[in-house]
Design a protein around this ligand. Structure first.
Ligand code: ZN
Length: 165
């Protein structure tokens, strides 16, 4: 499986034997149980892509009981860890470097990477030291500042409790 912008979670789900359906019965962004990934029909393309990538991790972990992801799914340690794995697959360092060269706006950076902004925040926050250094080497001073801004912003945003609905 190729990671980054070309990563296709729908294809990955199929390869792993998980079924993906869109269901208005989903109260959060998506959920997982027994090999079935359900997506909320209101998600845009990038949100749906990130949600499938997230539910795949539950599928791999066989989180049949804990696999339900509500709107607060980044508020628990498990959900955050699951999404960090998905975010690493969706965003690779070389593409992140290109994206911050192109824009310093988190929404535009996320759009360029075909992810939702929450996934971008989590990826940037969880960058291991080695990747962070690699990223800094790949970009110039202006992009380094933009990256640090996104990191600070992400730290604030991901700490905030999310509203339901
Ligand atoms: Zn989840």
């Amino acid at each position: 499986m190729e990671w980054g912008r070309t990563y296709d979670p729908y294809q990955h789900a199929e390869a792993l034997g998980a079924e993906v359906i869109v269901s208005p019965a989903v109260s959060g962004w998506g959920d997982y149980r027994g090999g079935l990934i359900r997506l909320n029909p209101l998600l845009n393309q990038a949100e749906a892509r990130c949600t499938v990538a997230h539910e795949i991790v539950h599928h791999e972990r066989r989180d049949d009981v804990l696999g339900y992801c509500g709107v607060r799914w980044l508020d628990t340690r498990l959900e955050r860890r699951v999404h960090a794995t998905a975010a690493r697959r969706l965003i690779v360092v070389a593409e992140l470097a290109d994206a911050v060269r192109w824009s310093d706006d988190p929404d535009e950076i996320a759009e360029g990477l075909v992810v939702d902004v929450r996934t971008l925040y989590l990826r940037v926050l969880d960058l291991p030291r080695r990747e962070f250094d690699e990223l800094h080497k790949r970009v110039g001073a202006r992009e380094r500042r933009a990256l640090d801004d996104v990191r600070r912003y992400a730290a604030r945003r991901l700490r905030q409790p999310r509203r339901a609905g």
